[in-house]
Design a protein around this ligand. Structure first.
Ligand SMILES: Nc1nc2c(ncn2[C@@H]2O[C@H](COP(=O)(O)OP(=O)(O)OP(=O)(O)O)[C@@H](O)[C@H]2O)c(=O)[nH]1
Ligand SMILES: [Mg+2]
Length: 214
């Protein structure tokens, strides 16, 4: 019983931080997207492709969450936008307190659009809101045909799902339409777009679906 109580307190504390983050971002006219998805699904690649398409119109910032490395932050820096790396050590998701520390390191007056790349996995980030305005889940064909069915908490939360690595659909004998159907059963309001993080295919449609400021 004690353990349940502590868990609830921790969740409440996180929710308070998430509310504060949301207010801070909104007050500064920043639209923030929490980018979640499995390890290696293409989160960083899709963020880079969105930046390529929007960086001349919007001032973009990125928070890159990872266990120990700075690899993704360096990859995003190549696009010429400010990046703050959060290293979680062994923790499998970002929490709102960590995100608050990172947000306050930006010059908030210089950012219109903030992408927050969560730690790669389809389970833990689903239970931990960080105060973003929108949730994008990047999943990929190479994870097999059952990812959406097997991870309802994550996909129920998603505002938009990018089904990435569509170039592998034929090799994997996977139908993109089946994923779309799976999603519509558990989350009828979520948008769904097939993408290729290497070529940028589908990314313009993704930007439109997310209704990102342009
Ligand atoms: N074939 C193919 N490869 C892709 C695609 N998108 C990304 N990749 C490759 O997949 C690998 C992982 O991509 P990342 O963008 O690093 O994935 P991630 O989700 O950010 O990975 P973590 O942050 O480590 O969880 C890289 O080698 C990418 O070049 C795609 O649409 N098709
Ligand atoms: Mg990444």
């Amino acid at each position: 019983m004690e353990i349940v109580k502590i868990g609830k307190e921790a969740m409440k504390k996180n929710e308070n931080f998430a509310d504060k983050n949301n207010k801070l971002l909104t007050d500064n006219d920043i639209f923030a997207v929490d980018v979640m998805g499995s390890v290696g699904s293409g989160k960083t690649s899709i963020i880079k492709q969105i930046i390529k398409k929007l960086k001349n119109k919007q001032r973009i910032g990125v928070i890159a969450g990872d266990l120990t490395t700075e690899i993704d932050a360096r990859r995003i820096e190549e696009e010429g936008v400010p990046v703050i790396q959060i290293q979680t050590g062994r923790v499998c998701h970002l929490d709102a307190g960590l995100v608050q520390k990172a947000i306050t390191k930006f010059n908030l007056a210089d950012i219109d659009l903030l992408f927050i790349e969560n730690v790669g996995n389809l389970i833990c980030p689903a239970g931990c809101p960080i105060g973003a305005h929108m949730e994008l889940v990047v999943t990929s064909v190479t994870e097999g045909p059952y990812m959406i069915q097997k991870h309802p908490p994550m996909f129920q939360r998603a505002d938009t799902v990018a089904m990435n690595k569509i170039d592998f659909a034929e090799k994997m004998e996977i139908s993109i339409e089946n994923f779309k159907e799976d999603l519509s059963k558990i989350n009828p309001t979520s948008k769904f777009v097939g993408t290729n993080g290497l070529t940028g295919e589908g990314v313009e449609e993704l930007i439109e679906c997310m209704n990102l400021p342009q």
